[in-house]
Design a protein. Structure first.
Length: 211
């Protein structure tokens, strides 16, 4: 109920502020029919999308591309670069699940086994923290002040570690830093860098030539 009220409140605030989508038209159209263009535009405006680049297959399997909106007052086109941000979490998840399928790791086991250091929430020292909990944002690792302060420095990761006051696995709390810990674990267990892991388990698999 609370989440629905929040959504309604945010929607009203956006409307009051006049924060509407900047998508006035689609640019760099390729293989997109007029009908599809109108459908795309409706979707982008409905969700207040500020800018985007879209690639998809039509019903005949043809590659279709569309770019829309503005980026720093410049029209988005197929050369526009977007910040990767949390899409990297999806990449790490795919890698973790592929290693799990190959029985190289077990996502339900203690991540301490892969980090080679004991990782525990001090309030729950007997509760293990699993890779699965990190993947689902239930590890109790949180993005605290130490994490945000680390942007301007480079401390060892144990110094950035902060925990919520709840038992691992009992509560959802979105954490960027927890995925950094997951990345360290994947590197240690595989003996490969994240760049190499992404290349092997994602880019090579789906034939990405440049990224």
């Amino acid at each position: 109920m609370q989440s629905e009220i929040k959504k309604l409140a945010y929607g009203l605030i956006y409307d009051l502020k006049g924060r509407k989508s900047k998508v006035d038209e689609l640019y760099d159209l390729h293989n997109i029919k007029d009908k599809s263009t109108k459908q795309l535009k409706r979707i982008l405006i409905k969700h207040n999308v500020q800018s985007c680049a879209i690639a998809f297959l039509d019903e005949f399997g043809n590659d279709c591309y569309a770019c829309a909106g503005l980026n720093n007052n410049n029209t988005i086109n197929n050369e526009t670069m977007f910040r990767l941000a949390s899409i990297s979490k999806l990449f790490l998840t795919i890698i973790a699940l592929r290693l799990h399928e190959r029985q190289i790791i077990d996502i339900y086991e203690d991540i301490s086994d892969y980090l080679k250091i004991k990782l525990r929430n001090p309030l729950y020292p007997n509760e293990k923290i699993t890779l699965e909990q990190i993947l689902t944002h239930k590890s109790s690792i949180v993005d605290g002040n130490a994490y945000f302060n680390s942007f301007s420095s480079n401390p060892p990761f144990p110094e950035i570690m902060q925990f919520g006051e709840y038992k691992p696995g009992s509560k959802f709390s979105y954490s960027n830093f927890a995925y950094g810990v997951l990345g360290i674990a994947l590197e240690k267990v595989s003996g490969m860098s994240l760049e190499e892991l992404i290349q092997e388990h994602i880019c090579n698999v789906i034939d990405i030539k440049a990224s």
